[in-house]
Ligand binder design. Structure first.
Ligand code: ADP
Ligand code: MG
Length: 662
């Protein structure tokens, strides 16, 4: 029964009447319009335009297809239900025939319940059909179409807007890419310009640094020049003062009546020795050793003399301050040096050193044989003679040798000891020789005794050049301290007498040694090399002084260290060059003359007097003196001649050092 009803329903729905009775959304696109509640047709109410009709037609076709699918589905379900109902009705009929009333009733109740359930299902299906069907929409198709068109319009607008936005987006993306490129280029340009500027700044900085370094250098040089100039001025001033006071003294004595001894009046004007006294400088004198005359070495003796050599086909003339011919006597040589020696009594520092090849007469000129004494004995004699007639002086003596760069005390009470040479305290200049012995010398006899003691302590050794020549530098220092007088403060003068070791080139001495198979070959060679180095250092110092460099390499050797005060500003230095005229010595002779030529160009500025402190002890030494002793150095009592024994220093007194006043 149910099935029949359902089938009837479907048949009705599918019939034209049922379709017309169904809501409008379910109408097929056949152009038939369902009747409105007011009985007015849709055509009468709003004549729809053709394009909208076409759209609606397509939509309706789609709806119809969906509807047909749904309908087929429901029909299938209904068909199944119908079959189930048929089966149940058959079963019920069988039950009515063969089973008891009670069971049948139960069965009937059960089936009834099932039937009710199927009814409910059917109702639900109907409802479902209603809801699923587009015909149940409350809106009219016209409105739907309009809404649809409106929606389509909106959709189109939205699409247009989207397209426009996409175009804009594309444009902006292109712009963005352009901007990014420009930014990248800007960054690169900025980076490059920054790098360039940085490099330029670096270059400028390097230039500034170099400029600063050169300015510093210039500043140092300027300081050195100013210092040299100041010292030079001071020296000139002191010299002028000394000359004025000397002139006044001489005037007062001449006015008083008796004439001064010739020696006290100083050298006569025009005497070459006076140049040494007044100018105060490095003077180079040359003495030719006696021997067979050679045409390869000739000389023009006297003031501003010259030596001409002919070596390896080259003729060369060397100008010197004074040239002594081979037959010049010891007396003649000393006469030229005496004014400088005596200037020590007035507070000047004087350094006389002999330079030359071994065997050319350095020691002969400096010491000389007893029967014909050289510069040192004559100088000491002259000084003591002058002191007898002059004022009170305290004379102190020290003597060292430099052998293989070791400084040895030649006047030590015991065996010669190696001494340490140190730089003096900051600001005071000079050097100190710790543990050096120095003696107060009361008279000439004592002085001679001490000098012979020192000579005997000096290291000597045979070389290929000269069996008896000294292979060490010997330095004798005499300090003369004048007591203060009513006319002025006391002065401290220093006389350095330096007998240098042979200047011949090391290869020559060593080569001959080797040829002779000398067992002390290595030792001799070492000696020769050390001597050569120290003389080279002396040449370096001279060159630095000549070019007025701020730094003078005094520290390059012990010799130059010890000679530092003797070669300082205001000092008088005399280089006595000894040369040989023998043809086989010609190479060394030329070398020595070249060295002398270099030294001769050095200027130390005008001679300068040094004044001692009024409160200074008579036996004190200046720190500016090369051979400076330590305060605990033994000093023999005045009047007691020193002896080489260890006890000789027992009566010594502690001698403090004193600063130099200039
Ligand atoms: P150096 O010290 O330069 O090595 P020396 O002074 O020992 O040379 O002299 C070497 C030798 O030459 C010595 O025997 C010395 O007497 C002699 N002699 C040097 N110069 C003269 C001179 N002017 N008159 C006489 N003999 C001299
Ligand atoms: Mg000698």
């Amino acid at each position: 029964m149910v099935t029949g009803q359902l089938l009837a329903l479907l048949a009705w729905i599918r019939s034209p009447r049922g379709r017309q009775a169904l809501p409008q959304g379910t109408q097929p696109a056949s152009g038939l319009q369902p009747p409105t509640p007011a009985g007015v047709t849709a055509q009468e109410e709003s004549p729809s335009p053709l394009p909208r009709g076409e759209v609606q037609g397509q939509q309706l076709e789609e709806d119809q297809r969906a509807w047909q699918q749904l309908e087929e589905l429901i029909l299938g379900q209904l068909e199944e239900l119908k079959q189930q109902l048929d089966l149940q009705e058959e079963g019920l009929g069988r039950l009515h025939l063969g089973v008891g009333a009670t069971d049948s009733e139960k069965r009937v109740q059960h089936l009834t319940l099932e039937k009710e359930a199927l009814k409910q299902c059917l109702i639900f299906t109907g409802e479902l059909l209603k809801h699923c069907s587009p015909g149940f929409s409350t809106r009219a198709p016209q409105e739907e179409a309009e809404a649809l068109v409106e929606l389509q319009g909106q959709l189109r607008e939205a699409q247009n807007a989207t397209e426009a936005l996409q175009v804009q987006l594309g444009v902006q993306e292109v712009q963005l890419q352009g901007l990014r490129g420009a930014l990248r280029q800007l960054q690169q340009e900025t980076e490059q310009s920054c790098r360039r500027e940085l490099q330029q700044v670096h270059r400028q900085l390097a230039g500034l640094r170099a400029r600063m370094a050169s300015l510093r250098q210039g500043c140092g040089d300027l300081r050195g020049l100013v210092s040299t100039f100041t010292q030079s001025c001071q020296g000139s001033l002191n010299e002028a003062r000394g000359q004025v006071s000397w002139a006044l003294g001489a005037l007062s004595v001449s006015e008083a009546g008796p004439q001064l001894p010739e020696k006290q009046q100083g050298p006569p004007p025009g005497c070459p020795g006076r140049i040494l006294e007044l100018k105060g400088n490095i003077r180079v004198l040359c003495r030719l050793r006696p021997g067979t005359p050679s045409s390869l070495v000739s000389s023009e003796p006297g003031l501003d003399g010259s030596v001409t050599t002919c070596y390896r086909g080259h003729r060369r003339r060397f100008r010197l301050d004074w040239v002594f011919p081979p037959d010049a006597s010891q007396e003649e040589v000393f006469r030229e040096l005496e004014p400088a020696v005596l200037s020590c009594l007035r507070g000047y520092s004087v350094c006389i050193f002999t330079y030359g090849q071994t065997g050319t007469g350095k020691t002969y000129s400096m010491e000389g044989p007893p029967e014909d004494p050289g510069i040192a004995p004559r100088a000491l004699q002259s000084l003591f003679r002058e002191m007898r007639t002059g004022g009170q002086h305290q004379v102190t003596l020290s003597m060292v040798e430099i052998y293989n760069e070791a400084v040895r005390d030649l006047l030590a009470p015991g065996p010669p000891e190696r001494l340490a040479v140190r730089q003096g305290p900051a600001g005071q200049g000079g050097i100190q020789v710790a543990g050096l012995t120095y003696w107060d010398v009361p008279n000439l006899e004592t002085l001679h005794q001490m000098l012979s003691l020192g000579r005997s302590n000096r290291a000597t050794a045979a070389t290929a050049m000269n069996q008896h020549s000294s292979r060490s530098h010997a330095l004798v220092t005499l300090t003369l301290q004048a007591a203060s007088s009513t006319r002025g403060s006391g002065t401290t003068g220093t006389l350095h007498l330096v007998d240098l070791a042979g200047s011949e080139r090391a290869w020559k001495a060593g080569g001959v040694c080797r040829a002779r198979g000398d067992p002390d070959d290595a030792q001799r060679l070492r000696e020769a090399r050390t001597i050569n180095r120290s003389l080279l250092a002396l040449g370096g110092v001279m060159t630095a002084l000549r070019s007025r460099r701020a730094h003078v390499p005094f520290r390059d050797s012990q010799l130059t260290r010890l000679l530092q005060p003797a070669l300082g500003p205001g000092a008088t230095a005399v280089l006595l060059l000894q040369i040989s005229t023998r043809p086989e010595d010609l190479g060394e002779t030329v070398c020595s003359l070249k060295f002398a030529e270099r030294v001769g160009q050095v200027e130390l500025g005008p001679a300068r007097r040094r004044r001692a402190r009024r409160s200074g002890t008579p036996s004190s030494l200046s720190t500016d003196t090369p051979l400076t002793g330590t305060p605990c150095t033994p000093t023999p009592s005045p009047g007691s001649p020193p002896s080489p024994g260890p006890d000789s220093g027992s009566s010594s007194a502690l001698v403090p050092q004193e600063d130099l006043l200039s």
